[in-house]
Design a protein around this ligand. Sequence first.
Ligand SMILES: [Zn+2]
Length: 407
Amino acid sequence: MQRLQAFKYELRPDGQQERQMRRFAGSCRFVYNKGLALQKERYERGEKKLGYAGLCKLLTEWRNSAETAWLADAPVHPLQQALKDLERAYSNFFAKRADFPRFKKKGQRDSFRYPDPKQIKLDQGNSRIFLPKLGWLRYRNSREVLGTVRNVTVSQSCGKWFVSIQTEREVEQPVPQATTAVGIDMGVIRFATLSDGTFYAPLNSFKRHETALRKAQQAMSRKTKFSNNWKKAKARVQRIHSRIGNARRDFLHKTSTAISQNHAMVCIEDLQVRNISRSAAGTTEQPGRNVRAKSGLNKSILDQGWFEFRRQLDYKLAWQGGWLVAVPPQNTSRSCPCCGHVSADNRQTQARFACVECGFEENADVVGAINVLRAGHARFACEVSDAVGSPAAGTHRSDSGAAQCHP
Ligand SMILES: [Zn+2]
């Protein structure tokens, strides 16, 4: 089984290298924005968009023209990768997966990517990596890089520079150590409740840091823009943002690791978080209903990173030899797991489930998780019968949302 994995380290550049990296990231941003402006003009004139090859041809012209000759100082592959990213942003927009691509701003996710492993040298023994036009860069070697290098991304966050090394390696087809199947109910009060009764507290990292963030933002707004004190205040705001991000990532990883190690099959509700977000705002002609309540819920959902959690569960289960099953959310909170009676009356309060037909009582989230598990078993049974005769059908993947089985 082929395994792709990224290894990320903090870089320890010298002053010259840091200036270069900032310049390269700026050049990539410039190329991306210039390409985007051009595509926008063509779009408004009703012309067809330029393909990646067409953009690359223009890039050569820009690098050779006197006006933007400084572009030639940056390595050419990362510049081309910026155009590739633009191309992807465009196709995501036309496939209705994303909004119209936006212009990149300085200091927001500054990064550039080296796609050619032949130009990259990794010297783990001396904790250094060679990148074109930057030379040997030292990094904080916190763990071993496994596999062969495929590409490298350099990025900046809160004034620190990082290198992310993407590798590929062959690993043995894993045999799941766990044998149990479990259903998950995702919620706002409890982040995740399992059908066996265990649950994980909400993350709400944003709420915890919200006060600190608000104060820092207020302090920043009182400063004269672009003054030294304003820059200091801004750095503080960014630090709090990155702390929130780190806490969230840590929580999601710990939770998804624990669940994927303890269970072979995990069933989860296939919530379309994106759709909920859309419907809450509505349009100017047709404002959404309950905008306030819904956007509050959305904030919680997005705050807790449900999508990211699901993505992690998916690949971690695959690494362990298990699989993730996504089931459509139908009556999972209103069906009785005991007698099958479906009624909104079963759910008297948010927290308590009591069947009006047979009297079965349980925590509402646990009931939801049990129903998700049942739906997952049903779904899995038909997937298996569909694949009769080809037991090694491999992995079905559909990012569109429907069923995700990895038998
Ligand atoms: Zn019942």
